[in-house]
Design a binder for this molecule. Structure first.
Ligand SMILES: [Zn+2]
Length: 676
């Protein structure tokens, strides 16, 4: 999930979500309505325009957002609900439970603008003084421990993850990191736009140094130092597309071997102090990065490293500091990079920060009001229907041999489902939340999260641990756990509507379930077995057939342009596009088998089959600024809504049939791609 908060030490291998987590007043009717369709458009020419252009015209991007879509409408409603919960418990009432005290006081402190303004950058001073006092590079390991535990993403990242080869066991992992810009490519590409962004980044870093009191000439030099160090680290970083290949980010080695890669860094000190149990081996996700880290450590002076560390402290904590920091951080990361016009109101930012730090504490209160047992039951029924369809689909694939089919079916049957919210809530009792200490609460929350993550090292995988709180409007498949997660936040209209018929629900949430299940069999998921282990279960012939088919999908989407001078990255988006295509197909199969040959009367003039495709397109209606379209093309494994809809439907003969499209219509692809 993306969050505007400080970068926490992150998992090496993210699970595959339905959509990019988007940092987010109740709106009008969110249900599907035929009035939303542009009847002047031909569904066979551009189905997305037919289903979404009216919505797009009626739903301009709010000024505090870089994009707006059906997901965001739900996020907004959720945020309003959470606001109500947090306001209720922010009164200093001795009768509050410990959980109510934490969420209430966190929110109260965050909303206490005058205290935050008064403090300015003072809360960072102890950390900045400590960095100023570093005597030699030998001190870096100890300092890295302190910064990482405060949630500052300097040097590299460190955390826990399942062992790819033995996924029931949690190990620790060191991973590339230490950059300020969102991806290594921002430092390395030399097109006009990238050069311009780097100039703006330099100006931003300079301004942040000025805000902590450095004179502007000095601050300008410091910004250059930061750029040089980060560029050096970026050069050693693996590109985002390659990181999707699990074998490229799995290099289990002894701590001694890691020390061999970057001997100038005090690894023994780091491991002794970071807060993980004693370890002998770990995953070093990108060994080349740690070699480059060594080169940079040696080539850069102590004073320049201190400058780099100061920058990362201010950068990480900027969103919780006084307005000058918040605004400057917004100006670059939200306005310049994403095209957002205005900062979100304070209450929204506080709701998001509270959700980031105390998600499951708030989630307990949230599900009391929003998620009923009947929703869970209907969802489970749909998941079962989708699993049955995928099973049927696998059995009838013409290109896959029996041996691989047997393995695929076993993997499918082993997938577990998590719906609504966790069985057991996260225990926040060791986290101290203090009324009127916003920055302290944020720092302690970061430390709590880091410690909680490191406590998992050396233990078996806890399958009850959820990756995000139940308010989240998203869903995911985790290849290392072979499970899908559908939080309460997404189980609402227009995704899941207890009052809608099967056709709409199968097109929307059904396709989403199908999408997550198919991730178990996309170019990445297919490399893991039923137990979540990185293990090849394919015959070589079937593997070849599979790769031929995924390569068709890769080429199809690489041809799509979100902006005139930007193309999608077919390889980066391959897993998501494969999941969209397979997911919609099996959702359609599940609808047909649920209808069992019966033809329901048309609704609003549309057959059930037509409504299925309308329900699907409807969830992907969205508007984006040009800036975020460009930004996401660099980093997002998901395609934009338009291509998720038109790319998928144009591969499906079923779509052509129910909308009676001519063979040469634009929505009918010659040489249609099909994997699953
Ligand atoms: Zn996905």
């Amino acid at each position: 999930m993306l969050n505007s908060k400080a970068v926490l030490i992150a998992l090496v291998f993210a699970s595959c979500t339905l959509a990019l987590g988007q940092t987010s007043t109740p709106t009008g009717n969110v249900r599907f309505s035929p009035d939303m369709l542009d009847k002047n458009m031909d569904p066979c020419t551009d189905f997305y325009a037919y289903a979404c252009s009216k919505w797009q015209a009626q739903n301009p991007i709010p000024s505090d957002r870089p994009s707006w879509g059906r997901f965001n409408e739900l996020q907004d409603r959720g945020e309003t609900l959470v606001r109500g919960i947090l306001e209720k418990y922010s009164l200093d009432d001795p009768k509050r439970s410990p959980v109510e005290q934490k969420i209430g006081d966190y929110y109260f402190s965050c909303m206490d603008e005058s205290a935050i303004e008064k403090a300015g950058s003072k809360p960072l001073q102890p950390t900045l003084n400590r960095i100023a006092g570093l005597q030699s590079k030998q001190d870096f390991a100890k300092e890295a421990v302190r910064l990482h535990r405060e949630g500052v993403g300097a040097f590299f990242e460190f955390g826990s993850q399942p062992d790819f080869k033995n996924a029931q066991q949690i190990i620790s992992a060191a991973q590339q990191g230490g950059l300020g810009l969102p991806d290594r490519d921002y430092y390395l590409k030399d097109d006009e736009k990238s050069v311009e962004i780097r100039k703006q980044y330099l100006a931003h870093v300079q301004k942040m140094f000025e805000l902590i009191g450095d004179p502007s000439e000095k601050a300008a030099n410091e910004a250059k130092v930061v750029m040089d160090i980060e560029t050096a680290l970026a050069k050693g970083s693996l590109d985002r597309t390659s990181q999707r290949a699990p074998e490229k980010i799995y290099h289990k080695m002894s701590t001694k071997a890691l020390t061999g890669l970057s001997p100038s860094f005090g690894w023994p000190i780091y491991f002794a102090d970071i807060g993980a149990p004693p370890i002998e081996a770990l995953n070093v996700a990108e060994p080349d990065f740690f070699k480059q880290f060594e080169t940079t450590l040696k080539a850069t002076s102590l004073e320049d490293w201190k400058t780099y560390l100061r920058w990362h402290v201010v950068h990480s904590h900027a969103p919780v500091l006084s307005a000058a920091f918040v605004n400057e951080n917004f100006n670059f990361f939200s306005k310049t990079l994403q095209g957002t016009k205005e900062l979100a109101p304070r209450w929204k930012r506080c709701v998001r920060m509270a959700t980031g730090d105390l998600g499951e504490a708030i989630g307990q209160k949230y599900v009391e009001t929003t998620f009923g047992a009947d929703s869970k039951e209907r969802m489970l029924k749909m998941v079962n229907a989708l699993e049955a369809s995928l099973g049927q689909d696998i059995q009838t694939l013409p290109w896959m041999g029996d041996e691989t089919k047997k393995q695929a079916i076993e993997k499918l049957h082993a997938i577990t489902n998590r719906i609504g919210y966790p069985d057991k809530w996260r225990d926040y009792s060791s986290l101290n939340i203090v009324r009127s200490d916003a920055v302290g609460n944020s720092l302690r929350s970061n430390t709590f999260a880091v410690q909680r993550d490191l406590n998992k090292v050396g233990k078996p995988l806890d399958k009850g641990d959820w990756p995000y709180p139940p308010m989240t409007v998203n869903a995911s498949y985790n290849p290392l756990q072979n499970n899908i997660t559908f939080p309460a936040g997404i189980l609402q209209p227009p995704f899941f509507d207890n009052q809608a018929d099967d056709a709409m629900n199968f097109g929307a949430i059904g396709a989403a379930i199908g999408h997550e299940l198919t991730h178990g069999f996309d170019d990445e998921g297919a490399k893991f077995d039923l137990n979540g282990n990185l293990k090849d279960w394919w015959t070589s012939k079937d593997k070849e057939e599979f790769e031929q088919r995924t390569s068709c999908v890769k080429d199809q989407y690489a041809d799509y342009s979100p902006l005139p001078d930007v193309k999608l990255n077919g390889k980066l988006t391959l897993g998501e596009n494969t999941a969209d295509n397979g997911g919609l197909r099996i959702a359609y199969m599940a609808l047909l088998s649920t209808l069992a040959g019966k033809e329901p009367a048309p609704v609003d003039g549309f057959t059930a089959q037509q409504r299925f495709f309308l329900g699907f397109a409807n969830i992907w209606c969205q508007n984006r600024t040009d800036q975020i379209a460009r930004y996401l093309a660099n980093i997002d494994p998901h395609s934009p809504g338009k291509f998720r809809v038109n790319g998928t439907l144009s591969n499906m003969p079923e779509f052509r049939e129910v909308f009676h499209c001519k063979a040469d219509a634009p929505m009918v692809r010659q040489n249609a791609c099909r994997v699953w």
